[in-house]
Design a protein around this ligand. Sequence first.
Ligand SMILES: [Zn+2]
Length: 470
Amino acid sequence: MTIRLHDTRAQELRDFVPLDPSNVTMYVCGPTVQSGPHIGHVRAALSFDLLRRWLQLRYGRVTFVRNVTDIDDKVLANATDAEPWWGLAYRMEQEFSAAYAAVGIQPPTYEPRATASIPQMQELIERLIERGHAYPAADGSGDVYFDVRSWAAYGELTHQSVDAMEAAEDADPRGKRNPQDFALWKGAKPGEPADATWASPWGAGRPGWHIECSAMARRYLGAEFDIHGGGLDLRFPHHENELAQSTAAGDAFARYWVHNGLVTVDGQKMSKSLGNFTLAADVLGRHDPLVVRYALAAAHYRSSLDLSDSSWSEAEAALGRIRTFLERAQRTVGGHGWMAMGSLPDAFVSAMDDDLGVPQALAVLHETVRAGNAALDRGDADAVRAALSAVRAMTGALGIDPFAPEWRASGADAKTTTALDALVQAMIAQRAQARADKDWPAADRIRDAIGAAGITLEDTPDGTHWSIDG
Ligand SMILES: [Zn+2]
């Protein structure tokens, strides 16, 4: 077995050789819980869910850590008098967890909050100061900076030289030696909440963002681990700085750096100013979660994923083909064939082993569905059974088996909703006709019947919408 992964540091595909094949170790940067998840967050987490599932299938065990950044400038900035920073952080963490769970992302083995590892961060900072790679700011602000000029390898992840880099903007330039030096510890400033500061040898303050991940990765996975993951936008400065801190402190740190591509909407970068900022909750409110999972998984994890209305309809159609085949096949070969979980086709395994080639793997899946349908048409029960078990194995590996327990309910709900929508739309059309005919008693009767079923109608300029009360 040889799995190849694209390693950002090496800038090429490398054979994946885990430190311990009986326990693959992965650290993925989790969200800064300052506001709710957008669809790019879900895509990033899903990319690593697919990788984790595949490594689990190939190696048996994966220890997967994804942190929660619950203390950060942005979390403090979004707190209000009515909701303290830690209340906001906890509420947003729950929103992230709900969005992840909705699309079938498995919970991490460990999910540490940054605020629970402050001693480990301070210990790492002390080690860096001892080794001459970090210094407390000369102006007495209580800040501690990483000294980028002291570490010759700085820039190795993103292949940049210090001279070409912009100034680090993660802290005020109070007492920095070089503009590119970044904050490991941020001295408390006047006006900041007292419960957002921790005592330290350098004065009261809080950790910088980058040191949080270095300390948590070390605490839960050790000084060296297999894979560090995150979105492409985290390569610099976040991951560059994590790598510099940890290696300068004497840790080997991550052996492979894996980055997922970003999400665009209708060909444009998501941004609040463009009005195309797509919240996960909105997407999950409009589409079956399994359709969302499929649509987000279908592009290669490293390519940027452009979402448009057709993304969802294509995913829905693809899942419909899989579901229809599974139902037809089950009727033909019965319960025994249904239960059998066959082995994965070689072409599927090769595709997944080759840098998690999900698009190629999905092509094998749909080819098997086509072959299975052809076998059904000609009455070849053995071939149907083989296709059925292969399709279930492949959809299982990708977490998209529509008949797996986690999706069965959502699939059934989706079908019920579709059926209900057809009936309610028919009644809405009858009511509209009655009103056009000025037959007010008939229009009221229809409205009352819909209301008696617990359904509320809302007349808007773009038509009548319905929802279920409560
Ligand atoms: Zn991180």
